[in-house]
Design a protein around this ligand. Structure first.
Ligand code: BGC
Length: 764
């Protein structure tokens, strides 16, 4: 039992090394339309020095002492090294020289060989080692999207996935992963929702913490990001997220706080957006007050790429300038050195910046367990982890007349649409992972933009049609791509079952205009479902979508972006080899008018732009998060009395469960979960606060995923983090005295009997 959720610690198995390639200089120049790199490193194919079986480095205090000792030995020149980095790629107006030991990836920060300080070699991101347009010519294992991971509600599995992607990063020679995305879903149209863990601070924060733990078990640094309130992509470099301090602390900041407490990440990446008027990467309140003073964070804050406004950001708490060629100047190099040479306060600040980076290096043992590229990766074992995650994350949304699992009597199966004959879709942007051999297919959608290489709708080589055929026995399986509705309808009419695959691709840099399925897929599904009542819809979406055709269908499966072995996971759920256990980590609205805002702010006036820069210097854009405050997602629906299409926490199973006997004193809760059905399965017990000091207010305060054999019961205990019951008022957490109601829920909308606890007022 851990604060707020029950989990078992995953027993770590580490991958050992991988392959790497030489940089495809010409290819990159073509892809990015920029000048070629100044230097290109050809690396040895040496096996990586893996972390072996040593326990994760939690050097803690010792790391602080070592950081101090090293700092004392550093010359003034050396103190200017760790505070800034480049993108080791030929990008930017003036691409910098690329050091010989750099690896094509997101970032490179020099080391100090004399003092044994390793260079920081940084790769994106949370779903695996990013592909960077194939420059390294090495695939990696793609985990399913963040929302798929969150749908597992399984911290131990998420930690295992983190350990897996961290092992691959390490094997490729990276010692920093820009992984640990934990922004809350404030708008379901946000193009990056797929990278994050949903809308709830407890679920998101705990899962991010475990992902980080897993990654750092490889003696590399993980990066919780994007700090903070990075809620939309539209105008991402200048949108101002306005929110009261209390609301922020009770929601988005709490997710970060939990993630940091559990995961102890070496670094935090600040966000592109502004927060209450100041750039997040130059926000004294966010970085100095909240993160470093109040939370006692010891690691370093790195900027997002191209997010540093000026040198003053250092004084406001930023410790390292990343991808410096994307900023107006390399502020944290010469300008910082000059300031430090002239003013003691600046010298002290720069020492602190160095100390923090050194702390992260020592705390994770980067120096003692040096990385080198060229190790081996067990793609098979890693693929199994990705598949396991996909299977636990697939959410069975609807299952009329037990249409699923598919019956043996289904002798003719019509598979339709969604590139199901080719692969499973993935999300795009800097986090894009591709497997070995690259994508099955990649559709360019970036036009002539400088970032076109990022903006591709890519499909992993995991083929639903093939996976379905492999399990269909003697049934006939046909496929039509769904481009022509009449053709799909003809197939559906002749089949016992029609399975329509529908995709909604999304990417960093852009938001969705609305929640419809693109490219006429809604009409396709409706027509197929009209033609065949046994229509099963498999969704591969970045987030929630509207389902105008829902009532016509027999079943709906939300597979998200299911990752490297998504097709196999989907087929296992369809045929019943896997009993679905995913639960929604987000609310699926019934209509967009239920949301706090009619559209993503600025979406209607700004031209699509990956960089998110303002079209002119004086353009202002505000996202008013005080509308919903800390009541986002299901909390907003509860506050407004709105009925969603599918509530937060919803998910069906091929068996049935009951929870009973809730007892709580407001600090701990105990109850029993029983599998009342006929087959083994897993469920997620969800404990909600439903009244706060006598007033209606809904918040998830605990959860536990429970695996049960048919007929079996299990007692469960969860601890309730008092911050989830509290409000943030006048600089402290505050629990108002009064009655607090708690209820177990099948989901946020289907709650059991309420147990009321009288609580005393307290502040801390
Ligand atoms: C993204 C970050 C990413 C960085 C480096 C930025 O555009 O916002 O999430 O880590 O690029 O690639």
């Amino acid at each position: 039992m851990t604060g707020g959720y029950a989990t078992t610690r995953w027993d770590k198995k580490r991958g050992t090394g991988s392959m790497t390639g030489t940089m495809m200089k010409a290819g990159l120049a073509i892809l990015l339309g920029t000048a070629a790199a100044t230097t290109v490193a050809a690396r040895d194919q040496a096996p990586s020095t893996g972390p072996g079986t040593a326990a994760p480095g939690r050097a803690g205090e010792d790391a602080l002492h070592r950081a101090d000792a090293t700092l004392r030995q550093m010359t003034q020149e050396e103190r200017a090294v760790l505070t800034h980095g480049i993108m080791p790629l030929p990008v930017g107006a003036t691409p910098p020289p690329i050091p010989a030991d750099a690896i094509p990836g997101a970032g490179y920060v020099g080391g100090v060989a004399r003092l044994g300080i390793p260079a920081l070699k940084e790769t994106d991101a949370s779903l695996g080692v990013a592909y960077v347009f194939g420059l390294r010519r090495d695939g990696a294992t793609a985990l399913p999207s963040g929302l798929a991971m969150a749908s597992t509600w399984n911290p131990a599995l998420i930690e295992q996935g983190g350990a897996m992607i961290g092992a691959e990063a390490r094997a490729k020679g990276f010692n920093v992963m820009l992984a640990g995305g934990v922004n809350l879903m404030r708008d379901p149209r946000n193009g990056r929702n797929f990278e994050y863990f949903g809308e709830d601070p407890l679920l998101s924060g705990t899962l991010a913490g475990h992902a980080i733990r897993g990654i750092q078990s490889n003696h590399i640094i993980a990066t919780i990001k994007h700090f903070a309130l990075n809620g939309q992509e539209t105008g991402r470099k200048f949108v101002d997220s306005r929110i009261s301090e209390g609301a922020a602390r009770e929601s988005d900041l709490l997710a970060f706080q939990l993630g940091i407490e559990i995961g102890n990440p070496g670094s935090v990446m600040c966000a592109y957006n502004k927060v209450n008027g100041n750039p997040a990467c130059s926000s004294n309140w966010l970085l100095n007050t909240v993160l470093k003073r109040d939370w006692g964070y010891k690691g370093f804050v790195m900027s997002d790429w191209g997010a540093v406004p000026d040198l003053q950001a250092a004084m406001n708490g930023l410790d390292q300038q990343s991808g410096g060629q994307l900023d107006k100047a390399m502020f944290f190099d010469r300008p910082l050195a000059e300031a430090a040479a002239g003013k003691p306060a600046w010298a002290a600040r720069r020492d602190d910046m160095n100390r923090r980076v050194l702390w992260a290096i020592y705390d994770n043992g980067l120096d003692k367990f040096p990385v080198s590229p060229g190790g081996k990766i067990d793609f098979d074992a890693h693929g199994r982890i990705a598949q396991d995650t996909a299977e636990q994350g697939i959410v069975l949304l609807r299952n009329e007349r037990s249409a699923l699992p598919l019956a043996a009597s289904a002798k003719r199966i019509a598979v339709i649409g969604g590139y199901a004959d080719t692969g499973v879709v993935s999300g795009a942007g800097s986090s894009q992972v591709q497997g070995q051999g690259g994508p099955a297919v990649s559709i360019p959608l970036g036009g002539g933009s400088g970032f076109a290489a990022f903006i591709q709708e890519a499909y992993h080589r995991s083929v639903p049609l093939k996976a379905i055929k492999a399990q269909a026995g003697d049934a006939t399986v046909t496929y039509r791509n769904g481009r022509y509705i009449s053709e799909a309808v003809t197939q559906a009419k002749q089949a016992d079952v029609a399975i329509v695959f529908a995709t909604q691709w999304s990417t960093e840099g852009f938001d969705q205009p609305d929640l419809t399925l693109p490219n006429g897929q809604d009409a396709l599904i409706a027509a197929v479902a009209d033609a065949n009542p046994n229509t099963i819809v498999v969704l591969e979406t970045g987030g929630p979508v509207l389902m105008p055709w829902l009532g016509k269908t027999a079943a709906v499966v939300e597979a998200w972006y299911p990752g490297a072995r998504g097709a196999e996971a989907i087929a296992n759920v369809l045929f019943g080899k896997t009993n679905p256990s995913g639960r929604l980590p987000i609310t699926f609205p019934a209509a967009e008018k239920q949301l706090p805002r009619a559209k993503v702010d600025g979406f209607d006036v700004l031209e699509p732009d990956f960089t998110g820069n303002p079209p002119h210097a004086d353009m202002a854009l505000v996202a008013n998060y005080d509308i919903e405050g800390s009541d986002l997602g299901y909390r907003w629906f509860a506050r407004k009395g709105e009925k969603p299409l599918f509530p937060f926490g919803h998910g069906l199973s091929y068996t049935a469960f009951a929870t009973s006997g809730l007892k709580t004193d407001g600090a701990t809760a105990t109850f029993t979960v029983t599998n009342t059905g006929k087959r083994a399965g897993a469920t997620v017990a969800q404990l909600y606060m439903v009244t706060q000091a006598g007033a209606p207010r809904q918040r998830l305060v605990g959860y536990a995923r429970v695996d049960l054999a048919a007929g079996a019961s299990q007692p469960v205990t969860v601890a309730i983090d008092p911050r989830l019951l509290a409000d943030w008022k006048n600089g402290t957490w505050s629990i108002a005295g009064g009655d607090y109601g708690f209820a177990l829920g099948e989901n946020a909308d289907a709650l059991g009997p309420v147990v009321t606890v009288r609580m005393k007022a307290r502040r801390w």
